[in-house]
Design a protein around this ligand. Structure first.
Ligand code: ADP
Length: 450
């Protein structure tokens, strides 16, 4: 029989904790849920085989409390920990601690988490492996003078970015030489405040790129495959709102070429488990911006077109199994779209925690809803506002859009405001329907309010 874990602790909450539980259950692996006192009634706790309260509501005292989470794993006899996304998923020290306690971290090697967590190190490593980058500084900027020199060479506008960046923080545009000093200063202050590190670098600011990312999976035996691209260009404040697989902007040839380059690079790196390489795509060119060493929020669109369970693959690989198939076995069928539904006002984007009095999720052929909501659930104010992912799949993009439109019309979340109305507007926009949008389009669309 194949190697398998005897029990997996899921160090997360909400829809992603449920998502991981579902994969474990289908594999016959018991799960342990952890939760803060605010989440005692949460669905991921209700559906788990066992659960452990790990602290008060504040994330740093519960879902980021490494000692409490490790203790929970040890007392329940779990032999592996799945971190989900967010929280501890890209914390190399936590991955080290898990391994030091004789447990398995379901994710990449800590050294690779560390490397990709430093965006400068990530870009240096990828450049050495032949992956194309956005033009910019060679590593960390030594000072404002170097920023001026590099910007002068590559041309304005430019972007100052935090080496430790994430969630779009520590990123500032300078449109002209006059704006450079401010951008440099603000990016450093923001980065120091958010990440305790003010190392910054500079990139050419692309005016109309698409955000296209490639999903990869690698086993511990040197096999690497990719599961195609996702187009995540629909963003607000550098945060993704809607994702598609495949990208309306590239065809199978570009996918195959990019996939071959990336899988070769990761094989040379000795990378293991799931990863996503993010690129900006403009004028037919891909330029690497960062790599995420974890499962992504938007992974379901890839699962729908490839017919694969990415969490199951992560767990199998972490247990030491080989992938067991090659790139030629990966098939792409149809088109998938995901809407991130959040507990936010659809116009002002202020969070709207509170009591959900009624909940009805859409269904039918090609519709998937990943959510931990239920009628009577109170959305807590302490965590990320994502409450549901609506994913549709159909043979063509046009049919997927029709399915999305009717699914959104069926979806009812009563008691709190959500971003469902915004998604309903986006689906009707001619630019969206034509697949003709870049990373700046949604912001203009929201601002226009039409
Ligand atoms: P974070 O880790 O904070 O999410 P990323 O490097 O992934 O930062 O960038 C987030 C988003 O910011 C991208 O998806 C894109 O929309 C925008 N962005 C990043 N780099 C550039 C660039 N050089 N030019 C234009 N937009 C960019």
């Amino acid at each position: 029989m194949a190697a398998q874990f005897s029990k997996v602790l899921i160090a997360n909450r909400g829809e992603i904790a449920l998502r991981i539980q579902r994969a474990c259950r289908e594999m016959g692996i018991p799960t342990v849920a952890v939760h803060s006192t605010a989440d005692a009634e949460a669905m991921h706790v209700r559906l788990a085989d066992e659960s452990v309260c790990i602290g008060p509501p504040a994330a740093r005292e519960s879902y980021l409390n490494t000692a409490a989470i490790l203790s929970a794993a040890i007392i329940t006899g779990a032999d592996a920990i799945h971190p989900g996304y967010g929280f501890l998923a890209e914390n190399a020290e936590f991955a080290d601690m898990v391994e030091a306690h004789g447990l398995t971290f379901i994710g990449p090697a800590p050294a690779h988490i560390r490397m990709m967590g430093d965006k400068i190190a990530a870009k240096t490593a990828m450049a050495a492996l032949g992956v194309p980058l956005v033009p910019g500084s060679q590593g960390e900027l030594s000072g404002l003078e170097e920023a001026r020199a590099v910007a002068g060479r590559i041309g304005y506008p430019v972007l100052i970015k935090a080496a430790a960046g994430g969630g779009g923080r520590g990123m500032k545009v300078a449109q002209t030489p006059d704006g450079l000093e401010d951008a440099w200063r603000v990016a450093r202050v923001e980065s120091r405040a958010a990440f305790g590190n003010d190392a910054v670098y500079l990139e050419k600011y692309l005016d109309r790129p698409r955000h296209i990312e490639l999903q990869v999976m690698a086993d511990a035996h040197g096999h690497v495959v990719h599961f195609g691209e996702r187009d995540c260009s629909l963003q607000r404040r550098h945060q993704k709102l809607l994702e598609e697989a495949g990208s309306p902007a590239i065809g199978p040839q570009a996918r195959t070429r990019l996939g071959a380059d990336v899988t070769a690079a990761l094989a040379r790196l000795g990378y293991r488990n799931a990863g996503t390489l993010e690129f900006l795509y403009q004028d037919g060119q891909f330029a690497f911006i960062e790599m995420n060493t974890r499962l992504q929020v938007e992974h379901p669109v890839t699962e729908m077109v490839c017919g694969i369970d990415l969490v199951r693959e992560q767990i199998r690989i972490a247990a030491g199994e080989a992938l067991g198939y090659g790139q030629e076995d990966v098939r792409f069928a149809g088109h998938a779209i995901e809407c991130r539904v959040t507990a936010e006002d659809p116009e002002t984007f202020t969070p709207t925690p509170g009591l959900v009095t009624a909940f009805h999720a859409p269904g039918g052929l090609g519709v998937r809803v990943d959510s931990a909501l239920y009628a009577g659930y109170r959305v807590p104010p302490y965590y990320d506002s994502l409450i549901a992912k609506l994913v549709v799949h159909a043979p063509t993009r046009e049919q997927a859009i029709a399915r999305l439109r009717r699914s959104l019309a069926e979806f009812a979340v009563v008691g709190i405001k959500t971003t469902l109305p915004l998604h309903e507007r986006v689906v009707e926009a001619p630019e969206f329907q034509a697949g003709d949008y870049d990373i700046h389009w949604l912001e203009r669309f929201v601002a226009a309010g039409s």
